[in-house]
Design a binder for this molecule. Structure first.
Ligand code: NAD
Length: 414
C-alpha cells in the first residue's frame, strides 16, 4: 500500500533520528504534531444554500518560535497531509535558522469551482474558526496550493476586524499594499532557481548547457521557470494539472505565463506542442523541478527518470523508496526543506517588516534571500559529501538536531 504523506514524513524523521542516535524520548516528542485543530463551518453559497466545509490547522513544533506554514485549498486536503506538511515546516525553518516552528492548514475544497464571493466568505469564516490558534506571536499562516495574496488579504482583514485595528503580522504573502513584502510572491521560485544553479555548479554544468522540465505552473513552478530561463537555462517543458507544453528549443516563459494568465493553464500555448503531463518527470533533461504536489516521484518514476538533478519545489514530491532509487542511480536530489525554503525565508522578512512597520527595498530582500539560500545549499552539500550521505539526509541531520537541541534546553514543562 502506498505510504501517506505523514507516513513519509515520519519515515524520513525516523531515519534521521536513527542516524543521529537521537534520544528515545526526544523521538517520541518530535515524531508527532503538538496541536491538531479540525473545524467544520458553514458558508453561504451564491445560490443561497449553505455548505459545510472542513478545515485544519496543525502545529507540529513551536519550540523555536511561533508556528509558521501555509494554507492549502484543494479537494485532496486531509488531516494526515496537513500533519506531514506541518512537520516539514519545522525542519525547514530550523535548517534556514529562522526563529519559527512548523505548522500547516487547509480546507477541503476545489477553489476553481468557487466564485470570488464564496472564496472570500469561506476564507473569512475559516480565519475566524482557527483564530483560536493564529496570531502574530503564536501562529502565522501563508499561501500554499490554491491560495493567493488575495486570500491572505481577506484573512488579515478578518483577524484585524475582530481586534478593531490592523494586524498585518498575522499572516504573510499578503499584497504589498497591506503590509506584504516586496519579493515575497517570487521568493520560493527565486530560492529554487538559486539552489538549482548551485547544484549545477557542483556538477560542473553551466546554466547555458542545462535544460529544465517543471511539473506545476502555479506560484512555485512558474517563477522557478521564469528565473531559471533568466539565469540562462533552457526550459523545455512545463505542465499543470491539465497537461504539458514542450519546446526542445526552450519555451519563451514570459509569453507562456501571459498565456496562463489569460487562459488559466499551459495548454493551447502557441509557442510549444502539447503532451501528457506525466512525461515531464521522466523527460531527458538536465534538471527536473517537481512543483505540484506530494508523492509524484515514486520508485517506478525514479527508475525511469533521465535527468541529472531533481530540485524539489513541492513539499514531499519524492517517496522514501524513490529517494533510494535516485541515490543509487547517481541523480542529485536537492530536498524540499532546502530547495523551496525561499518562501518561508521571505515570509520571515515580511513578518519582521510588519512588526517593525519598516519596509525594505526589493533588491535588499532578493540579495539576502539569495545569500541565505547559497549558504544553506553549501553547508548541506558539504555535509553530504563529507559523510557520503544524500542531501536530504544531510539537511535532516542539521534540522532535526536544531529542533531537538532547542527542545532539550527548554526542558519538559511542567
Ligand atoms: P499553486 O496552487 O500556485 O500551483 C499548483 C500547480 O500544480 C498548478 O499549476 C496545478 O495545476 C499544478 N498541479 C496540481 N496537481 C497536479 C498534477 N497532478 N500534475 C501536474 N500539475 C499539477 O501552488 P504553489 O504555491 O505553486 O505550490 C506548489 C508546491 O510548492 C506545493 O507542494 C507547495 O506546498 C509547495 N510550496 C509552496 C510555497 C509557496 O510559497 N507558495 C512555498 C514552499 C513550497
Amino acid at each position: 500500500m502506498a505510504l501517506s504523506a505523514f507516513d513519509v514524513a515520519q519515515r524520513q524523521f525516523d531515519e534521521a533520528a536513527e542516524a543521529m542516535g537521537l534520544d528515545h524520548a526526544m523521538r517520541e516528542v518530535l515524531r508527532v504534531p503538538q496541536r491538531e485543530l479540525i473545524v467544520n463551518f458553514p458558508v453561504r453559497m451564491d445560490n443561497g444554500t449553505v455548505r459545510v466545509f472542513t478545515g485544519f490547522r496543525v502545529q507540529h513544533n513551536i519550540t523555536r518560535g511561533p508556528a509558521k506554514g501555509g494554507l492549502r485549498y484543494h479537494p485532496a486536503v486531509n488531516l494526515d497531509e496537513v500533519k506531514a506538511l506541518a512537520m516539514w515546516m519545522s525542519w525547514k525553518t530550523a535548517l534556514m535558522h529562522i526563529p519559527f516552528g512548523g505548522a500547516k492548514g487547509g480546507i477541503i475544497c476545489d477553489p476553481r469551482q468557487l466564485s470570488q464571493g464564496e472564496l472570500e466568505r469561506m476564507t473569512r469564516r475559516f480565519a475566524t474558526e482557527i483564530s483560536l490558534l493564529v496570531g502574530p506571536h503564536s501562529d502565522i499562516p501563508a499561501p500554499d496550493v490554491g491560495t493567493t495574496a488575495q486570500t491572505m488579504a481577506w484573512f488579515m482583514d478578518t483577524v484585524s476586524m475582530h481586534q478593531g485595528f490592523s494586524i498585518p503580522a498575522v499572516i504573510t504573502g499578503k499584497p504589498v499594499s497591506v503590509g506584504g513584502s516586496e519579493g515575497r510572491a517570487e521568493a520560493t521560485g527565486r530560492g529554487i532557481a538559486t539552489a538549482t544553479i548551485r547544484a549545477l555548479k557542483t556538477l560542473g554544468i553551466a546554466p547555458a548547457d542545462a535544460t529544465v522540465a517543471v511539473q506545476g505552473c502555479g506560484n512555485v513552478g512558474s517563477v522557478s521557470a521564469m528565473l531559471l530561463e533568466r539565469a540562462g537555462c533552457r526550459v523545455i517543458g512545463i505542465c499543470d494539472v491539465d497537461g504539458a507544453i514542450w519546446n526542445p528549443n526552450g519555451l519563451h516563459i514570459p509569453a507562456l505565463l501571459e498565456h496562463v494568465r489569460e487562459s488559466g493553464g499551459v495548454r493551447g500555448f502557441a509557442g510549444g506542442s502539447e503532451a501528457p503531463g506525466e512525461e515531464i518527470l521522466t523527460a531527458r533533461t538536465t534538471v527536473v523541478v517537481p512543483a505540484a504536489l506530494e508523492g509524484q516521484i515514486t520508485a517506478d518514476v525514479a527508475a525511469a527518470m533521465r535527468c541529472k538533478v531533481v530540485v524539489e519545489g513541492a513539499n514531499g514530491p519524492t517517496t522514501p523508496d524513490a529517494d533510494i532509487v535516485l541515490r543509487d542511480r547517481g541523480i542529485l536530489l536537492v530536498p524540499d526543506i532546502l530547495a523551496n525554503a525561499g518562501g518561508v525565508v521571505v515570509s520571515y522578512f515580511e513578518w519582521v517588516q510588519d512588526l517593525q512597520a519598516f519596509f525594505w527595498e526589493e533588491s535588499d530582500i532578493n540579495l539576502r534571500l539569495e545569500n541565505l539560500m547559497r549558504r544553506a545549499f553549501d553547508v548541506v552539500h558539504g555535509i553530504a559529501v563529507a559523510r557520503d550521505v544524500t542531501m536530504r539526509q544531510a539537511a535532516y541531520s542539521l534540522a532535526v538536531d536544531k529542533v531537538a537541541q532547542a527542545t532539550m534546553v527548554r526542558g519538559i514543562y511542567p
